[in-house]
Design a protein around this ligand. Structure first.
Ligand code: HEC
Ligand code: HEC
Length: 324
């Protein structure tokens, strides 16, 4: 068993807040950190960013919003792999979750954007995503007097590229999912986690998944090769796409071929497709593939079920998820 000391309500509260407070006292000595209950950001700006996230006017032909590829119901990912943009144009890679993205060291599978603000130029300009431009979006939104007024109240400088990016990024920073059963257990609520999920966490650590999936996001903080113990891409078959090259596309260092930002596992309970190419369509399959290619193990079905139960316990709360 994993010993866990039941803490007082006050200590548990501090633990769930501690990331934000930069204070440590009751933080357990575990490689996973709770998603902090941070409430930063200007509420008016967050509300505007939220409106923009669901606004199809951000795409060239008015058909696609950010939320059409990052659906809250599927944990902020897309049901279609690869995603489709304006006019049905097909991309080459799975949409990762937007939830808890603020805790990643960089954005995109290959980490090519350092910040959420810089990430935004990607989808807005990408011809297979929204195929638009900031001047075009600003022109459109200026014609909407209600939006313009609301925007002016939060951003006295008015509609500008920087202000629009700030609103969207403020909203994205508010997309955190605290208070998952696992985090509550981590912080001393011994009854928050079932026996199967506890067993799964033990296996997750003992098999070595934890070496790559750790920290607040169980991922998002390092780049790792897809296929450490086998040639994943050869076995997968099909042509190699530029997206398969991963981090190499940024660094041009041949040693970075097939390296990806380790994805967060916080939302897997709601996701339907796994890996950058969406090649696995069940959690069980994803665990099997990871065990084989990343660890050189075959994990028995019963243990995979326990690991899946642990992964499900990582799902926390956000109003957008409750709404679905
Ligand atoms: C056509 C579908 C589509 C649309 C529209 C779209 N995205 Fe994405 N998003 C993707 C895909 C695909 C990726 C991964 C691309 C890559 O890594 O090369 C991605 C990546 C991201 C990431 C990086 C997450 C991470 O962990 O690396 C963020 C953040 C994000 N999108 C936010 C947005 C926002 C905000 C908008 C609206 C302005 C938006 N997206 C519009 C498909 C889409
Ligand atoms: C050597 C590092 C490493 C180890 C060990 C590892 N992973 Fe991964 N994991 C990755 C990388 C890199 C990806 C992204 C691969 C890709 O998309 O092609 C990934 C992707 C995943 C995904 C898909 C997430 C998504 O949103 O698509 C799941 C689920 C997962 N890992 C679970 C596990 C489990 C369970 C274990 C242990 C059995 C494990 N991983 C071990 C590096 C690792």
């Amino acid at each position: 068993m994993i010993p866990r000391v039941k803490t007082t309500a006050a200590a548990s509260w501090l633990c769930l807040m501690s990331f934000a407070l930069q204070a440590a006292p009751p933080l357990p000595n575990e490689p996973i950190r709770p998603v902090p209950r941070v409430m930063d950001g200007d509420p008016a700006r967050i509300a505007l960013g939220r409106q923009l996230f669901f606004d199809r006017r951000l795409s060239r032909d008015g058909t696609i919003a950010c939320a059409d590829c990052h659906l809250p119901r599927y944990g902020g990912t897309d049901l279609r792999v690869p995603s489709r943009g304006v006019g049905g144009a097909q991309g080459t890679i799975k949409a990762p979750t937007v939830f808890n993205a603020r805790f990643n060291i960089a954005q995109f599978w290959d980490g090519r954007a350092e910040t959420l603000e810089k990430q935004l130029d990607g989808p807005i300009h990408n011809p297979v995503e929204m195929a638009s431009s900031w001047p075009r979006i600003i022109r459109l939104l200026k014609g909407d007097s209600r939006f313009r007024q609301a925007f002016l109240a939060a951003y006295p400088q008015g509609l500008s590229e920087a202000a629009l990016k700030d609103a969207l990024a403020s909203f994205e920073r508010s997309l955190t999912t605290p208070d998952s059963p696992f985090d509550r257990w981590l912080c001393g609520d011994v009854d928050a986690l079932g026996a199967q999920a506890k067993r799964g966490y033990r296996l997750f650590k003992s098999y070595g998944c934890i070496a790559c999936h750790q920290g607040v996001n169980l991922g998002g903080n390092l780049y790792q090769r897809m296929g450490v113990f086998g040639d994943y891409f050869k076995d997968r078959g099909g042509p190699l796409t530029p997206a398969d090259l991963g981090r190499f596309n940024v660094t041009k260092d041949p040693a970075d071929r097939f390296y990806f930002k380790v994805p967060s596992l916080r939302m897997v309970a709601l996701e339907k497709h796994f890996f950058h190419d969406g090649s696995a369509s069940s959690r069980d399959r994803a665990i099997q593939v990871m065990a084989h290619y990343q660890l050189g193990h075959e994990i028995p079905a019963g243990e995979r079920r326990a690991i899946a139960a642990f992964l499900r316990s990582l799902l926390g709360h956000h109003p957008l998820l409750e709404r679905e």
